[in-house]
Ligand binder design. Structure first.
Ligand SMILES: Nc1ncnc2c1ncn2[C@@H]1O[C@H](COP(=O)(O)OP(=O)(O)OP(=O)(O)O)[C@@H](O)[C@H]1O
Ligand SMILES: [Mg+2]
Length: 358
């Protein structure tokens, strides 16, 4: 009641009236009737004057300022009216509270914008660098051929092959960037169907067999006793996740190394695990390898044809499946990458019954 103009006016008017009555009662000829009349006149006059002053000079203006702050608040969902300021008796303290909280919200916004700006600049620098490498390489080979090397058949074939390889890398980079951009802007649709993870892993292993042989890396995969690992997910995208993880395990392994792939079904989930015995990843790099273009050994990874986008895509695809990628690594010993997908019980049970029947 005392935080409205009426309450405050009444409180002050009563205090003034009490003072006036106390003063008048000191006079000898003041009668109780005079005191009552004087008190009533004083109370109403003081109340009216204080009320008008407060209402028109302070509360109305404060109300206007509040309305403006309210509009700003509605436009800025991050801005929160400070607790207690609404009930504060002093209107100026109320406004100070609101303005302080507005300034804090704006500061936070500025910080986010500055971070985004730094991120954008870093991204443009990275992308220019990544594009420059294959373009300059192909340009170099083509110019050397034009300058006369085309006459030598051996050199011609070698340089044309290298130029074509650079162009392939450029194409992979652009396609990966498009995929990543589509994932981040949420335009990619996920097509969920039941499928067997063991089949997808086997397909990827077959596809990467040549690559493993070239590095003398042994890839071990046995689906385990359950035989079937039916999940409900986007098959094509999960294929891509498994492909990048196994490809990394081969690519960053030591010569003659080993890659072990494991599928394990629990009551509700299927766990995919790929283990290599390569160089491992230093702890300080472990969190950053999922960032776009982040590579542990920049030159080595680029030499091996990597764009540094593979794990960023893996992370986004798994997020789209409400799952996440886990990694553990020991320097000099190797790394383990794993993720979980839900077990599709209905189809799994149907297939198990069907196969036990045969
Ligand atoms: N199994 C692994 N062992 C050691 N380092 C790894 C492993 N997997 C990934 N990395 C490191 O993480 C970096 C990022 O991997 P990512 O798959 O995103 O990119 P990439 O393999 O370089 O390129 P892309 O997958 O696009 O062809 C790699 O460059 C490598 O340095
Ligand atoms: Mg990769």
């Amino acid at each position: 009641m005392f935080n409205t103009s009426r309450g405050i006016s009444m409180l002050l008017a009563m205090a003034i009236t009490l003072l006036v009555i106390a003063f008048l009662s000191l006079m000898e000829d003041s009668t109780p009737t005079v005191l009552i009349v004087a008190g009533a006149v004083c109370l109403s006059a003081a109340y009216l004057l204080i009320y008008i002053t407060l209402e028109f000079l302070i509360f109305k203006e404060v109300g206007n300022i509040y309305r403006v702050l309210d509009k700003i608040q509605k436009k800025n969902p991050g801005y929160i009216t400070p607790k207690g300021s609404k009930n504060s008796i002093s209107p100026l303290r109320k406004i100070q509270g609101s303005i302080n909280s507005y300034a804090a919200a704006k500061n936070r916004e500025i910080e986010v914008l500055q971070q985004n700006d730094a991120f954008r600049r870093e991204f443009i620098a990275d992308i220019s660098h990544e594009l420059k490498t294959p373009i300059f390489a192909a340009q170099g080979y083509i110019h050397t051929l034009l300058d006369g090397a085309v006459e030598d058949l051996n050199v011609r074939d070698k340089f044309l092959n290298r130029a074509a390889k650079s162009m392939n890398n450029l194409e992979k980079l652009v396609l990966d960037l498009i995929t990543l951009n589509q994932m981040e802007s949420g335009v990619v649709k996920f097509n969920f169907t039941p499928f067997d993870m063991a089949e997808v892993v086997q397909e990827v292993v077959d596809q990467l067999e040549d690559k493993a042989n070239r590095r003398n890396v042994t890839v071990k995969f046995k689906p385990g006793s359950e035989g079937r690992f039916i999940t409900f997910a986007d098959k094509e995208k999960i294929f891509r996740v498994i492909q990048n993880l196994i490809s990394n395990a081969i690519k960053y392994n030591k010569e003659d190394g080993e890659v072990t792939i494991n599928l394990k079904a629990t009551k509700n989930n299927i766990t995919f695990k790929v283990k290599d015995d390569g160089k491992g990843i230093p702890p300080e790099d472990l969190k950053r390898i999922f960032e776009r273009f982040y590579r542990v050994e920049k030159s080595r990874s680029r030499e091996q044809g990597g764009t540094g986008l593979g794990l960023a895509i893996v992370k986004h695809i798994l997020e789209g499946h409400k799952s996440k990628i886990s990694v553990s690594s020991t320097l000099g010993k190797g790394s383990v990458f794993s993720f979980e997908l839900p077990l599709h019980k209905e189809t799994q049970e149907k297939l198990v019954t069907m196969f036990s029947f045969f």
